[in-house]
Design a protein around this ligand. Structure first.
Ligand code: HPA
Length: 279
């Protein structure tokens, strides 16, 4: 468990490296870190320079906090994130979100790579999270377990409006303007690191999941606990496999490859959003 002083100490190290004061935070998932190259006047802070900040061990996660300007907004961008399956605790996985809150960030834009469960989704499509199902979280593996610090947020957090409606509406408008395939759907959050069995994919579909992934929901819980506005967008990197006796197998390489199509689309959506702030 961390306390507020830990978050503040990390925030003050970050603030000593840049005079910019970000109000919008971005988290870039697997293979999506290139988006940070778009920032102007950027300062790159390796995660290893920030006290207690978790470092991802996964390929495709660069491991820098980048502060700079994008479309006239000062943003802090996480180039890569730590995951529960890497062995980090829930408190460690969500530590950066708490630090972002201490930096003065009020709006969080999260991205991730996800498998398509909805059969109408194609590789390279984007899916805006309109809701999620947090299976490990419902079973007790979530970052809000344990004593609650009222200075950080409420004991019981409502989740019926986790994904900000106005941000989603604007993202959909930007996608329409640029002919980008952007679905709205339900993200099914799992711990990983294994990809799902065909029976699990059929279960996820039956339960209402449109895309499946191994991140994001814990960060969303903590961000909502901290009363931040949240938007999250999945890049569909692969079709999930829902039948046995196939020669196909999901792998991390295809996840990273699809990032090539997804990154420019995500950049367009995020820039379109930022250029319209405040939304
Ligand atoms: N399953 C879980 N997580 C993922 C997938 C998947 O198929 N693709 C990218 N992240």
């Amino acid at each position: 468990m961390y306390n507020r002083k830990d978050f503040q100490r990390a925030a003050s190290v970050i603030q000593s490296r840049s005079s910019l004061r970000p109000t919008i935070g971005l988290v870039l998932g697997s293979g999506l870190g290139k988006l940070a190259d778009e920032l102007l006047a950027r300062v790159v802070i390796p995660y290893t320079d920030i006290p207690l900040w978790p470092v991802s061990t996964v390929e495709g996660h660069t491991g820098n906090l980048v502060i700079g300007e994008l479309e006239g907004q000062v943003v802090a961008v996480q180039q890569g994130r730590a995951h529960f399956y890497e062995g980090y605790t829930m408190a460690e996985v969500t530590f950066p979100i708490r630090v972002m809150k201490e930096l003065g960030i009020h709006t969080l834009l999260l991205t991730n790579a996800a498998g398509g469960v909805n059969t109408s989704y194609q590789v390279g499509d984007l899916m805006l999270l309109e809701d999620h199902i947090n299976l490990p979280g419902m079973a007790g593996a979530n970052p809000l377990m344990g004593p609650n610090d009222e200075a950080l947020g409420l004991r019981f957090v409502g989740m019926s409006q986790a994904y900000d409606r106005r941000l989603r509406q604007r993202a959909l408008e930007v996608a329409r303007e640029h002919d980008i395939p952007l679905h709205s759907g339900v993200y099914f959050g799992l711990s990983g690191p294994f990809f799902e069995t065909p029976a699990e994919i059929r279960m996820i579909r039956a339960l209402g999941g449109d895309a499946v992934g191994m991140s994001t929901v814990n960060e969303v819980l903590v961000a909502r606990h901290a009363d931040m506005r949240v938007m999250a967008c999945s890049g569909i990197t692969n079709q999930t496999i829902d039948a046995v006796d196939t020669d196909m197998e999901t792998n991390h390489e295809e996840v990273l490859e699809a990032g090539e199509i997804i990154v420019p689309r995500l950049i367009t959506i995020l820039k379109g959003l930022l250029s319209n702030f405040p939304i």
